[in-house]
Design a protein around this ligand. Structure first.
Ligand code: NIG
Ligand code: FE
Length: 400
């Protein structure tokens, strides 16, 4: 180890690894972190810190691992600002979708965009998220709904991640919505998803996802999509129990889904199946807020032992929210997560959703760390990171 920089005097370091520090957040007080050209090479007490050519003084700040946003739709073209205004006057998300708007409107614009345009748009969305400390993100397809555009979206996601230095994990979501021209034959559309679309996307995706709901896909169609995705080497996850209860979370858990996301309408059976399978519940408080949905039953999920991640669900319609800190705060205020649960949800548990236990914990080998400064006058305690809706002020330390 020959450190190139050392971060000294951290009031608090939250490693998010209980084996490295105290409690579930793996806390270390008066800590220091050293980095070499490759990443974090030493973590420990400030009074034992190694020397390095560059010293960053971090008094008054809290250190954390790079954040993980485990559910986003960050590649799209077009805008739904006009539709949002109509929703304010009382027209529902589902009504707009059924009338050819919503996801279908974004599909029309995304199909017309080139790979370069999608990379530009996605890069511009990712850059401020990187600046707020997000180091890894899941990005879904699902606004192409044809083999060519679904693949282009996933390629754009990978290229945008490279441009901003973000780890991007990709999910094939051809079964996001039945396109307008297939509405008389949704099963025929599922044939296209599990046939040409999956064949075009399997080598540029890590996960397969499906949106099961009224106005989207049925549980049986969802099962078919996930089974075919698994057979193509993808790990399953699902959008489940968002607007209506369907039993999709239980179905996905029984297929070994890594996560079931949304869950506003989940019941006891679904929760029991998720607990049994170790399926993580992904809380999406941006969509809950914008759609004015009820909260998922967090006390029941907690009681059953279902772990919870928190993500932005960044998309142009139901969750135009790119601030993961804000989502963590909303998960506390509107869903009842504790500060510990929400912080783990945007770090270690988010990483586990992506099947990347090397992310979301601050360890030797991590690619960097986040320095978070609570608002003026606030102490360096975990609660001060989330109490303010806009989050702390953040700087990101990377090797070099
Ligand atoms: O996660 N639930 C469906 N899919 C997205 C919405 C995407 C959109 O409105 O464009 C979601 O909320
Ligand atoms: Fe989503």
């Amino acid at each position: 180890m020959s450190p190139t920089q050392v971060v000294r005097g951290l009031d608090l370091l939250l490693t998010m690894d209980p084996t490295l520090g105290e409690g579930p957040l793996g806390r270390l007080e008066h800590a220091a972190v050293a980095l070499d050209e490759r990443g974090v090479c030493w973590i420990g007490s400030d009074d034992q810190a190694p020397t390095a050519p560059v010293v960053v003084q971090a008094r008054g700040q809290i250190g954390l691992p790079l954040l993980v946003d485990s559910h986003t739709h960050s590649v799209w073209a077009g805008s739904r600002a006009d539709e949002w205004e109509r929703r304010l006057s009382g027209i529902s998300y589902t009504e707009i979708l059924e009338a050819g708007g919503g996801i279908r409107s974004t599909v029309r614009h995304t199909r017309q965009a080139s790979l370069d345009e999608l990379v530009e748009l996605c890069t511009a969305r990712l850059a401020p998220m990187v600046a707020r400390g997000v180091g890894a993100m899941e990005i879904k397809s699902g606004y192409g709904l044809d083999a060519h555009t679904e693949r282009t979206m996933l390629q754009a996601a990978g290229l945008a991640g490279q441009r901003v230095g973000m780890t991007v994990v990709r999910t094939f979501l051809g079964a996001h919505c039945v396109p307008s021209d297939c509405r008389d034959d949704p099963d025929g559309y599922v044939d296209d998803v599990v046939g040409p679309q999956l064949a075009a996307c399997a080598d540029v995706a890590d996960f397969v996802d499906v949106y099961v709901d009224r106005g989207a896909f049925t549980v049986d169609q969802g099962r078919r999509v996930l089974q075919k995705g698994i057979a193509a080497g993808l790990r399953p996850r699902i959008h489940a129990e968002q607007v209506t209860y369907t039993g999709a979370a239980r179905m996905a858990a029984e297929l070994g889904a890594v996560s079931a996301d949304h869950l506003e309408q989940i019941d006891e059976d679904g929760i029991a199946a998720m607990a049994k399978a170790g399926t993580i519940g992904v809380m999406l408080p941006g969509a809950q807020l914008y759609l004015n949905d009820p909260s998922p039953p967090v006390p029941m999920l907690r009681e059953a032992g279902v772990r919870m991640a928190v993500a932005t669900d960044l998309n142009p319609g139901s969750s135009p929210v790119d601030n993961l800190w804000t989502c963590a705060t909303l998960a506390c205020v509107r869903m009842g997560l504790s500060v510990e649960e929400a912080l783990l949800g945007i770090t270690a548990v988010g990483a586990d959703v992506l099947a990347r236990p090397d992310l979301g914990r601050l360890r030797v080998g991590s690619a960097g760390l986040v320095l978070a400064r609570p608002r003026a006058g606030e102490p360096c305690v975990p609660g001060a990171l989330l109490q303010h809706l806009g989050g702390p002020s953040v700087s990101v330390i990377r090797p070099g």
